[in-house]
Design a protein around this ligand. Structure first.
Ligand SMILES: *[C@@H]1O[C@H](CO)[C@@H](O)[C@H](O)[C@H]1NC(C)=O
Length: 314
């Protein structure tokens, strides 16, 4: 299978929206008191331990990472004006990750990290489209499963979203990205994550350069070492200039309780799109600033906008 640079596998446009997710501060505080969390560290360079990136020994266990992110996952759908996960749906995400992990031979904590990075764990995450549909928990490349506007989300759909993200029966996915990166060490996963996000790696090997989301691998590395809920301290504009071991950490503050901010239209730090918009019924390109030029999936007349999908507007 040949990857091309012409498409983005999983654009992670939801991530920026997720950062503004209104979390219940009391819940967040309670969760923090139970689980040790790390402050965000900016990782620049090629993903290697030599350049300061975490090794697998630095990663937390799946159980610890689940606990660290559970509050986020419980409240992750508010940002999309969707009903938050029910206790059963959240429990089924965890079960689905464990089940699919065995089927596809990708570590549970790696699948969880991509779920958190892509959708914060909302089973009803909308489908983004930058030329290809990216639905569901993992915003998978041309995935078949979604529960947008569906409640309750059936367990088969939840498992399907994880399989879609892993790349089961698909042209591209996390499994294909890991294979392409080669190996089984932490650096392989950081490279695979970036490829999952963008369909390609910058020829320089610097994971902060190239198309799509420059901070993607740094974010995934942070999730794997226990960062959750906190301030995302990576700058899309400068991460690619950091050449490894110099990588300075952001002001190491204790993670503050996330501010409750409404998230509707949000500027994103994506390399490809500066502003994404979730289209509602009746929206037009003229009324939203969405253009066909920015969205390869749209026709020139912009007559094929689909409500419930997210498009690029700047
Ligand atoms: C998340 O929701 C589940 C189910 O309601 C609950 O058991 C768990 O304590 C919640 N976790 C956090 C961190 O709030």
């Amino acid at each position: 299978m040949q990857f091309t640079t012409s498409y983005i596998i999983a654009a992670s446009q939801l991530f920026a929206l997720a950062m503004g997710a209104p979390l219940l501060q009391a819940d967040a505080r309670e969760a923090r008191s139970l689980v040790e969390r790390s402050a965000y560290k900016v990782f620049g360079g090629d993903g290697s331990a030599a350049q300061g990136w975490p090794k697998k020994a630095d990663w937390k266990s799946f159980e610890d990472l689940w606990k660290a992110n559970e509050n986020t996952i419980n409240n992750s759908c508010t940002q999309f004006n969707q009903k938050n996960n029910s206790p059963e749906e959240t429990a089924n995400i965890k079960k689905a990750i464990s089940k699919v992990s065995k089927e596809v031979n990708i570590e549970e904590r790696v699948l969880l990290a991509i779920v958190v990075q892509e959708s914060k764990g909302c089973v009803r995450a909308p489908t983004t489209n930058y030329g290809f549909d990216n639905p569901g928990l993992m915003q998978s490349f041309q995935g078949k499963n979604t529960c947008f506007n569906v409640s309750p989300c059936p367990v088969e759909k939840i498992e399907g979203m994880i399989r879609d993200g892993a790349g089961v029966g698909a042209e591209a996915g996390l499994g294909q990205s890991i294979k392409k990166a080669g190996g089984n060490d932490a650096q392989t996963i950081y490279k695979a994550a970036r490829n999952y996000n963008s369909g390609s790696l910058d020829p320089s090997g610097n994971l902060g350069k190239g198309i799509a989301t420059h901070c993607y691998s740094s974010d995934v590395a942070n999730i794997l070492i226990g960062w959750a809920d906190g301030k995302h301290g990576c700058d899309e504009a400068t991460i690619g200039n950091l050449g490894g071991s110099s990588s300075p950490s952001t002001p190491a503050t204790t993670t503050p309780a996330p501010a409750a901010t409404p998230a509707t239209t949000t500027t994103t730090p994506s390399g490809g799109c500066k502003k994404s918009i979730l289209v509602k019924a009746g929206d037009t390109c003229a009324s939203t600033g969405i253009t066909a030029a920015l969205n390869p999936g749209l026709n020139a007349q912009c007559s094929n906008l689909i409500a419930g999908k997210t498009y690029c507007a700047a």
